[in-house]
Design a protein around this ligand. Structure first.
Ligand code: NAD
Ligand code: GLY
Length: 345
């Protein structure tokens, strides 16, 4: 069963197509929407081990679109200015012009890198997102945040640049390592806690997500993007669990994956502000192979937070659950948040 979620951003509107078997249809969908002469398909070394690249290239060739590939070493370390520059060099080497397009086939790293290259090559060309991780399907591929990491921190160089099309072939999730699947589940549970008790209830006992559930996640993210495309207000709700989650990732030297860290961040913030949901949240995380106990002290986490160059002044804005399905933004002094966490976690 296929689903289409439309993102109505006026002249930058696009569709998110979700379902099994869509890789083979990618050429027709891209040709219809973008009409490129040439495309550069960007992917990573893990995704390239599967036959996904061949499927997409064949479907493009069948439409008369010339296709070139750029494959980078899988992993967050490649989300760098170095890889970004290599993609731009490949664009010029392949003579991509402004009517042509980039395709991001992979997880959030591929999507962010490719989107940033598309945002800046010749002052902006079109790109399609083809997410192959659950995390990228329900979050990173939608909403137009693109970028790379700098030595000083994650996502410090980037641009808002919406894709022209998102094609999610849910069959690609079948080859995800369990840990990567769990990372995506953490973001799905996050959407449930934020906005939709029904979605949370459908995920809390574990098991694979359906195309309909992926589509529901995209609809929930869409509402934030439409209300606040540039991330100055409502979209910040999507950071539930991320403030502490980022600190946990950093203190663990990135051995605790992003999704697991976000799950722990949600548990800790709920213990302080909404203890009534903690047991249900922990059970849902456990059913989805995600941890619920953070081994680091509040002191350790706050040392990491205080180094976070993105934080402005002594106040911090956090996302606070009110119940499963409803959260709000709250700004408070860092010292107060630290005191509450030390008291209640
Ligand atoms: P990722 O792209 O590194 O993918 C995770 C791993 O899965 C990689 O090893 C990758 O090679 C592998 N992989 C991908 N698809 C596969 C498949 N189908 N089968 C087997 N292996 C596969 O990471 P991610 O978790 O997808 O995304 C994390 C990144 O996304 C971070 O850089 C984060 O900052 C970014 N992000 C961006 C946004 C946004 O709005 N732009 C939102 C959330 C996260
Ligand atoms: N992943 C958060 C956002 O897109 O705003």
């Amino acid at each position: 069963m296929h689903h289409t979620v439309h993102i109505p951003l006026s002249e930058r509107a696009y569709d998110v197509r979700i379902g099994p078997g869509l890789l083979e249809k990618a050429g027709a969908l891209i040709a219809e929407k973008l009409r490129p002469t040439r495309v550069l398909l960007v992917t990573d070394s893990n995704v390239a081990k599967h036959d996904y690249v061949d499927s997409v290239m064949q479907s493009l060739k069948a439409q008369g679109v010339a296709c070139h590939t750029f494959i980078f070493q899988a992993g967050e370390a490649s989300k760098s200015l170095y890889t970004y520059e290599k993609i731009l060099d490949t664009c010029t080497g392949f003579s991509l012009y402004s009517g042509d397009a980039l395709i991001a086939l992979g997880g959030g790293v591929t999507g962010d890198l490719t989107g940033f290259a598309a945002a800046t090559y010749r002052r902006g060309i079109a790109y399609a997102q083809m997410p192959t991780t659950l995390l990228a399907a329900v979050d990173a591929s939608v909403g137009g945040k693109t970028g790379v990491n700098l030595p000083a921190g994650k996502n410090l160089a980037g641009a808002f640049w919406q894709p022209s099309l998102v094609i999610t072939d849910t069959d690609t999730f079948n080859t995800l390592p369990p840990e990567e699947y769990a990372n995506g589940m953490a973001e799905c549970l996050k959407h449930g806690v934020l906005f939709d008790e029904g979605l949370f209830a459908s995920l809390e006992h574990g098991g694979p997500v359906s195309a309909a559930q992926v589509a529901r996640n995209v609809e929930l993210k869409r509402a934030c993007v439409l209300a606040d495309e540039r991330d100055t207000g409502r979209r910040r709700l999507l950071n539930l669990g991320h403030t502490l989650g980022h600190a946990i990732e950093k203190v663990s030297d990135y051995t605790i994956p992003h999704g697991a860290a976000v799950g722990l961040g949600m548990v800790m913030i709920s213990r302080v502000f909404c203890p009534a949901i903690v047991d249900r949240l922990c059970a849902a995380l456990e059913s989805n192979r995600l941890p619920t106990h953070c081994e680091y002290s509040i002191q350790e986490l706050f040392s990491a937070l205080e180094q976070d160059k993105k934080r402005a002044g002594n106040n911090i804005t956090i996302v606070v659950p009110l119940k499963i399905g409803e959260c709000e933004l709250r700004t408070m002094p860092m010292s107060e948040l630290k005191r509450l966490l030390e008291e209640k976690v």
